[in-house]
Design a protein around this ligand. Sequence first.
Ligand SMILES: NC(=O)c1ccc[n+]([C@@H]2O[C@H](COP(=O)([O-])OP(=O)(O)OC[C@H]3O[C@@H](n4cnc5c(N)ncnc54)[C@H](OP(=O)(O)O)[C@@H]3O)[C@@H](O)[C@H]2O)c1
Length: 313
Amino acid sequence: MNHNELTRKEFLKLSGAAVGGGLLAGMGLGNSANAQASELLHRTIHSTGEKIPAVGLGTALEFGDLSADFSKRKGAIEALFREGGTVIDTSPTYADAEKIVGRALDELGARDKCFLATKTSISGKQAGIDQNSQSFEDLRTNRFDLLQVHNLRDTEAHLETIYGLKEEGKVRYAGITHFRESQNDDAVKVIEAHKLDFMQCQYNLLDRSIEDRVLPAARERGVAVMINVPFARGRLFGPTAGKGLAIPDWAKDFGADSWGKFFLKFILGHPDVTVIIPGTINDYHVVDNIGALKGRLPTEAERKRMVSFIEEL
Ligand SMILES: NC(=O)c1ccc[n+]([C@@H]2O[C@H](COP(=O)([O-])OP(=O)(O)OC[C@H]3O[C@@H](n4cnc5c(N)ncnc54)[C@H](OP(=O)(O)O)[C@@H]3O)[C@@H](O)[C@H]2O)c1
């Protein structure tokens, strides 16, 4: 991402309270961290009533580079838990992201704190089963919280496997993912034909195509919605943070004091969204993103204003 909104220096200046919370927790005074987590917006997974923090961490793009700085990626995961987040989304196809997430969770002793989501991303039933086995090994776990069919590839075959793993207690929730507008209709068909716990799809201020049919179908069938690509792969920062554009004062009324929070609060303002998984390798962006869970959300009128504002740039 070329348009990092906060530099590390700015982040350290702004986040004294959060860093202080981490230090207190390290000194055995962890109640403040718990109190902090309980103040964050949580949303309910309809199929069980379980509540999860509504922003997590995505691991596509640069996250899976095993030759790059592991401690930086581990730092992003550590920041997620310190700030009160739990959800991590990964895939066997994100280069070595599963290996990196698995090692980080192991070293942090954080597997039990994590809501861990991964994918089946290959053609063929047996190939999917083999890929799942490798994912268990790479993620150093014997249980996925969520296993999703990636991009609707061989959906019927893999859902059968995922339901089987659910029965064995190796998977807690079953889901599908996609991110292209052209797959919205196919996603709706799968939502209507199967008993899914989750569906994952793209939603952001540049692509609101799921509003028409996908989100209503998910609501109707009680399927939780995980949002990918919330920043349009970082493109939303180009004409805003990248150009030094000031955040409008009216957005500060609902706590959007960074462009990251502006974009995430727009998404969270939709009542059918369960959780967003912004991708980053930077701890200070994780802090910024989890910060979107604090304070109020924009009203429908304010969300319309956000759309017009971005469309006019
Ligand atoms: N079909 C699917 O299943 C599918 C498809 C696409 C994505 N996904 C999932 O969704 C996740 C999110 O999508 P994505 O990673 O492709 O795109 P994204 O979240 O829209 O954008 C990621 C970019 O935003 C930057 N960023 C993150 N937080 C920021 C902040 N607070 N301020 C400024 N910049 C920030 C990151 O840069 P830095 O790294 O420099 O911070 C990165 O370049 C993926 O990681 C993956 O887990 C799933």
